[in-house]
Design a protein around this ligand. Structure first.
Ligand code: PHE
Length: 335
């Protein structure tokens, strides 16, 4: 008798696993609990059990019956819920699109700059936006009285602290902290005392580039900039280098890309020159190399700047720099 009880318990456990629908459940309920079901049969055979063990066996059958009833009713609730759910959801409806954020156009361009230079073996470096006078000017060969300080109107925090006016101080920080060979770009925000208009903003974004080592030449600089231009804006883009002056490079140039709007023919955006100015560059000045403890007789290098906002404006055909910083979703969502 005890064996039979155990066997039915086993059957029941198996059955619980297999029931998937309400009709399944009904069939199984009848099989176990029906008037001619397995439990009823058990009760019938109770008569064959010796008188004195009848109460104990009877209790066990009752307990099993209770257990089966409880499980069946729980399962019924669960199946009811599922069926109701399925009926109220039209599974043929198309899914609802979740609103997804995206990268700001400036970040997209910065990411692309990083990707292109990484593929050429450059590392990404970083420096503080609040800089000391030493890193922003002095170490870059611009002593206190140097007229070149006027090239950039500076926002001072205190006598000795400025909001960096360019990313060039990162050159110094990187060179001070390690030995050549070095190949880095350093994208970031810079600040100048400027009245905002379509092409000026009191803050904007640059990326510095710096390569130092043995036998680094101006030809390497040209090659890297030309390769960058082709990857960023397309093979047909031409690059032009014009002699210029920066205290921390010698010789110095400014470089321009072929106007992407008129393909160099001349238009309003390029003021009919066919060229758009990107930034400055040059061979790292011997004084700068000395300032970081390098021997200018052995080590040479080139540095370049890059206007990230300017490149974004070129790439996305934006004619006002201020709109990049207003975070108007109607604008940002277009990219
Ligand atoms: N720091 C310069 C600027 O902000 C650009 C530059 C970088 C020039 C590196 C030469 C070398 O205009």
């Amino acid at each position: 008798m005890l064996e039979q009880i155990a066997e039915i318990k086993n059957l029941f456990n198996k059955s619980l696993q297999e029931i998937k629908t309400l009709p399944d459940l009904e069939t199984e309920k009848i099989r176990f609990l029906g008037r001619k079901g397995l439990i009823a049969t058990l009760f019938e055979t109770l008569g064959d059990v010796p008188q004195d063990s009848r109460p104990v066996i009877g209790q066990q059958i009752n307990a099993l019956k209770k257990e089966i009833e409880i499980h069946f009713s729980e399962l019924k609730n669960k199946l009811n819920l599922l069926t109701a759910g399925l009926q109220s959801v039209d599974i043929t409806l198309p899914g609802r699109a979740l609103p997804v954020g995206k990268r700001h156009p400036l970040h997209q361009v910065a990411d692309q700059i990083k990707a292109i230079f990484s593929s050429m073996g450059f590392e990404i470096a970083d420096g503080p936006e609040v800089e000391t006078d030493y890193y922003n000017f002095e170490a870059l060969n611009m002593p206190r009285t140097h007229p070149a300080r006027d090239m950039q109107d500076t926002l001072y925090i205190s006598d000795n602290l400025v909001l960096r006016t360019h990313t060039s101080p990162v050159q110094i920080r990187v060179m001070e902290s390690r030995k050549p060979p070095i190949r880095i770009i350093a994208p970031g925000r810079v600040f100048r005392r400027d009245t905002p208009d379509a092409s000026h903003s009191p803050f904007f974004h640059q990326s510095e580039g710096l390569v130092v080592g043995e036998d680094v030449t101006f030809a390497d600089l040209k090659g890297v900039i030309e390769s960058f231009a082709a990857q960023m804006l397309g093979r047909e883009i031409k690059v032009r280098f014009r002699p210029s002056f920066f205290p921390f490079t010698e010789p110095s140039v400014e470089y321009d890309f072929n106007c992407v709007f008129c393909k160099g023919k001349g238009c309003r955006v390029c003021k009919n020159t066919g060229w758009l100015e990107i930034s400055g560059a040059g061979m790292v000045h011997p004084n700068v190399l000395k300032n970081v403890g390098y021997d200018p007789g052995k080590i040479s290098g080139y540095a370049f700047g890059m206007g990230i906002d300017r490149l974004a404006m070129l790439k996305f055909n934006i004619n006002d720099i201020r709109i990049l910083f207003e975070n108007d979703l109607r604008f940002i969502n277009q990219f």
